[in-house]
Design a protein around this ligand. Structure first.
Ligand SMILES: Cc1ncc(COP(=O)(O)O)c(C=O)c1O
Length: 388
């Protein structure tokens, strides 16, 4: 019988670089491979497993809802969907929720919503270079990474992608724009907070009627130590897109919007078969409840602790240029390619991390990671980065 790795290579589209381990099970902050070998998971399902793996309250909510009903479709009023929408409204300050299945779908829906809302005075949509918004065509239209776009066009019209560090260009681009889409903290772009110089430009544009759309798909739901990363900026968005952590491990995304904006979608304008699936919403409710029961504060404390540990262990390490940390969204900027170090973390220390933006080690541990586990990561980083 060929190995699973061989079968993967025969059966599936070869679009992913897979890690050289085949998980058997996962619990808390850890993934276990063959022979119960333990790996510390600092990727947490690409930011989706905020409560870690197999969280007992998530499992119980999923089980209960599964027995009640799994999928009915949006032909029905469903209690788990409404409860989660109400929770999201309470924590975001926005007023309405549309549920979908994934991040890119939330972005796609937000583009349509902007266009509907601005139907009497249409303008372009501004986004920033180095951003990541997903893999569907509208999301790609607001991104500039060639690998994701080569020979896949034509893309959507009416998008302008600018360098956020070139404030004159940003200012010009925002003139007459329908909306500006951005990640408050770029994830795939290397864990970078939005350039503070563009914040007043965005505020001015918003006061002229440009909609502000925060892509919180990676940075939202406690990841940065706040419910939403826009709270670190002096910005109140009109629309927020979320996904990843909101599903508690199941596929779920959402568009949150101000009342007046949400009204631009009338019956039949937008929809999805699975969006807001009852089981995913029941799991998502646990995520919100845990964040509200002390987890958010714990993220902030662990962030402070980990930063101090990293500063101690990496201070004299030549290859490290800087450390960027927002809650438990962590980027270690190197002055050379990060790939080899991520491989060594896995092979030599059983720590799963991820290289992004070429030279950045990205860590997105589950928010329930313990200080002792963070210490383990700091020690391993010191070992691989100082080549000891
Ligand atoms: C900021 C951001 N936006 C959008 C997406 C796309 O989400 P999805 O992969 O669920 O479509 C991602 C995924 O990594 C993301 O990080």
């Amino acid at each position: 019988m060929p190995s699973l790795v061989d079968r993967e290579q025969q059966a599936l589209f070869q679009t992913y670089n897979r890690l050289p381990l085949v998980p058997e099970r996962a619990e808390g902050s850890c993934i276990y491979g063959a022979n119960n070998k333990r790996y510390l998971d600092c990727v947490s399902g690409l930011g989706a497993m905020a409560l870690g793996h197999s969280h007992p309250k998530v499992l119980s909510a999923v089980q209960q809802q599964t027995h009640r009903y799994m999928h009915l479709s949006n032909l029905f009023v469903q209690e788990p969907q409404i409860a989660l929408a109400e929770s999201l409204i309470a924590v975001s300050g926005l007023e309405r929720v549309f549920f979908c299945n994934s991040g890119t779908e939330a972005i796609e829906g937000a583009v349509k919503l902007v266009r509907r809302f601005k139907r009497n005075s249409p303008g372009h949509i501004v986004a920033f270079e180095g951003g990541f918004h997903g893999r569907t065509l509208a999301a790609l239209s607001m991104m500039n990474k060639p690998l994701y776009k080569d020979n896949m066009g034509p893309f959507g019209e009416g998008f302008v992608v600018v360098d956020e560090n070139d404030t004159d260009t940003v200012k010009n681009a925002l003139e007459g724009a329908s909306a500006v889409f951005f990640e408050p903290v770029k994830g795939e772009g290397g864990i970078r907070l939005l350039n503070s110089a563009v914040v007043p430009l965005i505020q001015q544009a918003q006061s002229r009627g440009t909609l502000v759309v925060c892509d919180e798909i990676q940075s939202g739901l406690g990841r940065t130590g706040a419910f939403f990363a826009f709270e670190h900026l002096d910005i109140m968005p009109d629309i927020v897109t979320i996904a990843k952590a909101i599903g508690g491990g199941l596929p779920l995304g959402a568009i949150l919007a101000r009342e007046v904006v949400a009204q631009a979608f009338e019956k039949g304008h937008h929809g999805t078969t699975f969006g807001g699936n009852a089981v995913a919403c029941a799991a998502g409710q646990v995520v919100i409840q845990e964040l509200q029961s002390g987890l958010l504060e714990a993220v902030r404390e662990k962030s402070t602790y980990f930063l101090a540990e990293l500063q101690k262990s990496l201070q004299d390490v030549q290859v490290v240029e800087s450390i960027r940390i927002y809650g438990l969204m962590i980027g270690i900027q190197l002055n050379e390619s990060a790939g080899q170090y991520v491989e060594r973390l896995l092979h030599e220390h059983n720590i799963i991390a991820n290289a992004t933006s070429g030279t950045v080690i990205r860590l997105l541990p589950p928010l329930i990671i313990t200080p002792a586990e963070l210490q383990e990561v700091a020690t391993a980083l010191h070992a691989v980065l100082s080549n000891t």
